[in-house]
Write a protein that binds this ligand. Structure first.
Ligand SMILES: [Zn+2]
Length: 169
């Protein structure tokens, strides 16, 4: 704001410069002095919008009592009444975390190429699909190699089954 015939002093000009949003764009403001902070807090305490907020953290008071939250927390996630062992995404994440994104064959650790694989192929043991002990982490390279071996293994198992059926029947 400029009044006619009024001139800002050099200090006032500097103050205006430091208070403009343009000056602070992309910069981090220095922390407020403790006195200034206390002053702001004292002012905000009477404000209707900050009612019930705790200072200086400005956290809302919990809507549920501590006891209720504890009670509800005890039946969350794996402890929930309807927990059925989690979906595939959950199991995958658990396996990746357990093996720390490391290929269990060549011990390469690369988050971009690791895959969660079934040790015993799904086709041979469908009942072990969601068994954590049957899951491990492999890299794309080792997974390709293992899939080939699995394919041969499945053919072999099926041929054996057919042969035993012929013998019996
Ligand atoms: Zn590997």
């Amino acid at each position: 704001m400029s009044k006619k015939g009024y001139k800002h002093t050099i200090e006032a000009k500097e103050k205006i410069r430091l208070h403009s949003a343009k000056y602070w764009l992309g910069k981090k403001r220095p922390p407020l002095s403790p006195e200034h902070n206390a002053k702001l807090h004292a002012k905000a305490k009477g404000n209707q919008y900050t009612k019930g907020m705790k200072f200086p953290n400005r956290k809302r008071p919990p809507t549920k009592s501590e006891e209720t939250r504890k009670k509800h927390g005890a039946y969350k996630g794996t402890k929930a009444m309807h927990w059925k062992g989690g979906g595939w995404q959950y199991q995958k994440r658990q396996t990746l975390m357990r093996d720390d994104w490391t290929c269990q064959m060549c011990k390469i650790q690369d988050r971009d190429i690791v895959i969660v694989d079934h040790k015993i192929p799904k086709k041979l043991r469908p009942d072990l699909i969601h068994d954590p002990a049957n899951l491990w982490v492999l890299c794309a390279n080792c997974h390709m190699r293992k899939t080939k071996q699995d394919f041969i293994l499945i053919l072999k198992v099926r041929a054996d089954a057919r042969a035993s059926k012929k013998q019996n029947g």
